[in-house]
Ligand binder design. Structure first.
Ligand code: FAD
Ligand code: FES
Ligand code: FES
Length: 473
């Protein structure tokens, strides 16, 4: 576990810390991968965490000289709605939308997804098909590495311990290019890919001039499907062509058996997914299932970096100062805990619950600077200077919040363990969508699991809350 937590206010301080501490240091962004790795002792040498989320200017997605440039702090939730990505890097926006749940996407970055280097990580697949490159910086300079040369194996990259990924860039898709990303998991949302595929095609009068097909979760790293790509050149897409390209792509895969699927199933699903992706492009259905306006659970806020005047170095001895439910607090003794455990054990707010402790269930949900997030996935020192709201902060003058009241009236509570999370999600959803339709409600609730009440009553409670907030307005 970490012994020092550095909140870098600028790039130079972050790079200096990496140079100084070498293999003992690790950058932390959203922590949605790193927190679990540290808790499971996957990185026993790491003692210094360098938090780069407060560095200004790193959260931008820009179109510049025909290239799309993405900063290291860009969140999946920002990517999924980015007009630049939707127009010039559509498969990436789609992949970001498919990551975890809204609460995960509100913390997790594309950069973190690339560096974790799991073959099942979703955004690597479209970025490879888009011909992306990454910029790596250290105190001794900068280098640019094509993503196709970045990976050396499962969870291994060419990045040195003293380097930080400072930019992801790819050539903007041209008007004659079309692309799509598809993933297959064991359920519709909050799921790791069993297989994923991206296709980026260059077309002239319906004839394929160039094809890039990439596959995820079927080899130690993301792979291309060169035979399928070569076969597609000069073809007009139809059912038979798409099926043959799918068959050829399946031959490129060399998957493993694991608890999610057998190797044979994965291979077959590559053929299905690639065929489906190509037909979607042929029929102009790339955006099917991808909402124009997805619920973000930002409410009226925006996950902007809360900047610091200077770099802050926190250790066990330093109190963590932050605001919770409108009150300034200064906490000692929680340095190595999660934000959830700090809130429950040191501050006394037991509304957020620990059910899974792995970002899967939403029981620990809080608002961080106004945005829904999972407190079990946040290192306590990352809360420094932030504004946190727990479910206890919703009720005013001892009266239940209208959303809480609606859950009671709709019978949407049984054991109640999941309820604080559902209530928090509903509050943010209704700030964003005062009259959400069923699909929007279901999309918003994908990060909250209930083991007893059943979702019909919960969805009804959300609708009831929307009606009662409208009446009160
Ligand atoms: C419940 C749950 C569901 C998930 N679902 C999905 C899913 O559907 N699809 C998917 O692909 N992933 C999924 N993930 C994994 C994870 O959310 C993503 O990989 C995420 O994008 C990681 O980003 P982060 O900012 O949280 O990274 P962090 O955890 O902060 O960091 C991850 C790694 O990257 C390094 N790092 C981060 N930024 C930089 C940088 N700028 N330079 C150098 N190194 C850096 C860190 O040192 C660390 O090794 C899920 C995780 C959870 C907990
Ligand atoms: S998501 Fe945090 S406890 Fe389950
Ligand atoms: S009411 Fe028991 S887990 Fe949801």
């Amino acid at each position: 576990m970490w012994k020092t937590y550095i909140l870098a206010s600028n790039l130079e301080d972050a790079l200096q810390a990496l140079a100084e501490h070498g293999e003992r240091a690790r950058i932390v962004a959203g922590a949605t991968d790193l927190m679990l790795e540290l808790q499971r002792n996957v990185r026993p040498n790491v003692e210094v965490l360098v938090d780069t989320t407060r560095i200004p200017g790193f959260d931008e997605i820009r179109l510049e000289d025909g290239w799309v440039r993405i900063g290291p702090n860009v969140l999946h939730s920002e990517a999924e709605i980015s007009p630049v990505l939707r127009k010039y890097g559509f498969p990436l926006a789609q992949a970001s939308w498919g990551v975890g749940s809204p609460q995960i996407r509100n913390r997790a970055t594309i950069a973190g997804n690339l560096v974790t280097a799991s073959p099942a990580n979703d955004t690597i697949v479209p970025l490879m098909a888009l011909g992306a490159q990454v910029t790596l910086r250290s105190v001794s300079g900068e280098r640019t590495v094509p993503l196709s040369e970045f990976y050396t194996g499962v969870r291994r990259t060419v990045m040195r311990p003293d380097e930080m990924l400072t930019e992801i860039a790819f050539p903007a898709m041209k008007p004659n290019q079309r692309g799509v990303f598809l993933k297959m998991g064991l359920r519709k949302a909050q799921v790791i890919s069993v297989v994923s595929a991206a296709a980026v095609l260059t077309l002239e009068d319906g004839v394929v001039q160039d094809a890039k097909i990439t596959l995820g979760a079927v080899a130690p790293t993301i792979i291309r499907a060169p035979e399928a790509e070569a076969y597609l050149k000069g073809k007009t897409l139809d059912e038979a062509v798409a099926a043959e390209a799918g068959r050829l792509a399946a031959e490129a895969a060399h998957p493993i058996d694991d608890l999610r699927a057998s190797a044979e199933y994965r291979r077959r699903m590559v053929a299905v997914l690639v065929k489906r992706a190509l037909l979607r492009i042929a029929e102009g259905r790339e955006a099917e299932d991808f909402p124009e306006r997805p619920p973000l659970l930002w409410g009226k806020a925006r996950p902007k970096p809360n900047q610091l005047p200077e770099t802050v170095v926190l250790t066990e001895e330093t109190p963590i100062r932050f605001r919770v439910n409108g009150r300034e607090v200064s906490v000692k003794g929680a340095f190595r805990k999660s934000l959830l455990r700090m809130l429950r054990e040191e501050v006394g707010f037991t509304g957020p619950k620990e059910a899974c402790g792995e970002g899967e269930c939403g029981a620990c949900e809080v608002f961080v600077d106004g945005v829904a997030a999972l407190s079990c996935m946040i290192p306590a020192p990352a809360a420094y200077g932030r504004d946190i709201v727990t479910v206890e902060g919703l009720a005013q003058d001892d009266a239940l919040h209208p959303v809480q009241q609606a859950f009671v009236e709709a019978g949407a509570v049984q054991c109640g363990f999941c309820t604080p999370g559902f209530v928090m999600t509903t509050v943010k959803l209704l700030e964003e969508f005062p009259h959400p339709d069923r699909e929007t409600i279901q999309n918003a609730l994908t990060g909250n699991l209930c083991r007893c009440t059943g979702y019909y009553k919960i969805v009804r409670a959300v609708e009831k809350a929307a009606a009662s907030l409208e009446k009160a307005a």
